[in-house]
Design a protein around this ligand. Structure first.
Ligand code: GDP
Ligand code: ZN
Length: 458
């Protein structure tokens, strides 16, 4: 079994200026203690966090102001002593901290090495370790691009089919208009258009939904836990981590490694970037106001909003509800073991249809329901990863969104019984947007296609 101490930088994707340098191994605490100016880390309690400074041994100057978490074996991810140094400065300072740690005898972790240790020490099983490694590999390996190509093949086929359907619809409408056999041809054409646009719209919507799921599967669901102080955010974080075995990954970046932490909830990887509490937001609204909080929270894919069952609703809770309005969130009413003072009806009303789950984290009640809520929020209960057509390309997603919008315009015009030639414009736009995805040149005009495919030339 490995006995040296490893280190790597964690730069949570999508986070602000906070980076974590993580140390794991028998010397982790000793190395950190030697550089740290603050409490004597050798003598602090396990799983505590401390403010202080990292001193540069060369210049004897302050390299960085930090928060350091000390976690002693065996209750850690790797089952070794772990120290996490939360740096607030930019990349340069973080890299400097890493350099100092390396100079003091830590070794730069190889990709996947924290996970490997967790596995070797029985913290996670092989399938979990493999899942992590797959995830890492998928981001870097050729396998990913091959897989993507296959998926792209499937995507082109699907896009071509959708275009064909639009084309046929337009063609039929043209034919109906050109060769009217009935008086109510307009009516009939409207009906046909309505049906087709609805169908294609549903397929595009599905593609976009799956694209979102694919992104989540690859990158994890950026998850924020919010709530007033003391409602149980840390407890929730701990529960999720313990129940689901947090998985730390490092992804080889261009210049350094990135460490992320995943909690796998029913197949949904939650990206809880920081277990030390920074990801947990208590006074966000208080500090920066509703509008700006919304901006920050918008970067999360999922918000776990914790309330206290034992407290009446406060002004702050209401403000948090405002801040999360329209975002993807789950309300967790915690501390159900204590006397009920929170008005459930009011909560449900404010939650506007978002899931409301009750828990007692202390008695480990309701956690199952919460996990179900998390899983269903994004996958409607099931994930079939094998057979999906993923759209991962940003440009493709953009074009799909434009197609969807154009179709919605067409559908709106249909509702209003606008003339068909107006509606055709939007359908044609949809057809063109879809064509851009698969690289069909816009120079082949719709009309040319119509004539070549349906021999409408008289
Ligand atoms: P945070 O400030 O939101 O992170 O809240 P914590 O997770 O630190 O919890 C605050 C206090 O509430 C701690 O003393 C917890 O032990 C306690 N607590 C958390 N969940 C429950 C619960 O379900 N029931 C009770 N009775 N206490 C809880
Ligand atoms: Zn907390």
């Amino acid at each position: 079994m490995e006995t040296d101490t490893i280190t790597a930088i964690s730069t949570p994707i999508g986070e602000g200026a906070i980076s974590i340098v993580r140390l794991s191994g028998p010397e982790a605490i000793a190395i950190a203690a030697e550089l740290f100016e603050g409490k004597d880390l050798l003598n602090v309690e396990s799983h505590t966090m401390h403010y202080g400074k990292i001193m540069d041994p060369d210049t004897k100057e302050i390299a960085e102001e930090v928060m350091v978490s000390v976690m002693r074996a065996p209750k850690t991810f790797t089952r070794e002593d772990i120290v996490e140094i939360n740096c607030h400065g930019g990349l340069v300072t973080v890299n400097r901290v890493l350099e100092i740690l390396l100079a003091k005898g830590a070794r730069l972790a190889e990709p996947g090495e924290f996970t490997k240790r967790a596995f070797l020490h029985g913290r996670i099983d092989l399938s979990q370790a493999e899942a992590v490694m797959d995830l890492i590999r998928a981001k870097t390996d050729k396998a990913m691009s091959v897989a993507l190509k296959q998926m792209d093949g499937r995507l082109s086929a699907l896009i071509q089919r959708l275009r064909q359907e639009l084309l046929e619809t337009v063609a039929h409408v043209e034919v109906n208009i050109d060769y009217p056999e009935y008086d109510d041809v307009e009516e009939m054409s409207h009906e046909m258009m309505r049906e087709k646009t609805k169908e294609v719209h549903a397929e595009i919507e599905n593609l976009l939904q799956v694209a979102k799921q694919g992104k989540i599967l690859r990158e994890g669901l950026a998850t924020a836990i919010i709530g007033r102080p003391n409602v149980g955010k840390s407890s929730l974080m701990n529960t999720l981590v313990q129940e689901n075995k947090a998985i730390v990954t490092e992804v080889p970046g261009t210049t350094r490694d990135i460490i992320e932490e995943y909690v796998n909830v029913r197949g949904v990887p939650l990206r809880l970037v920081d277990t030390a509490g920074i990801r947990e937001t208590e006074d966000i609204v208080e500090k920066i106001g509703v509008e700006r909080s919304r901006k920050v929270l918008k970067e999360s894919d999922l918000i776990l909003f914790v309330l206290n069952n034992n407290d009446e609703m406060t002004e702050e809770d209401v403000k948090l509800f405002e801040a999360v309005q329209g975002l993807e969130y789950i309300v967790i009413i915690n501390k159900t073991d204590l006397e009920k003072k929170l008005d459930l009806e009011k909560v449900k009303q404010l939650a506007e249809g978002n899931p409301v789950v009750t828990t007692s984290l202390i008695e480990e009640e309701g956690v199952d329901e919460l996990e179900t809520a998390i899983a269903t929020t994004f996958f409607a209960g099931e994930i079939d990863t094998g057979d999906l057509t993923y759209v991962s390309n940003v440009r493709h997603i953009q074009l799909l969104k434009q197609s969807k919008q154009a179709l919605e315009d067409a559908m709106g015009s249909l509702e209003m019984k606008m003339p068909l030639d107006i509606i055709q414009i939007d359908v044609t736009r949809t057809w063109e947007f879809l064509g851009e995805i698969i690289g069909d040149t816009a120079s082949d005009s719709l009309i040319d296609q119509l004539f070549s495919q349906f021999c409408l030339g008289k």
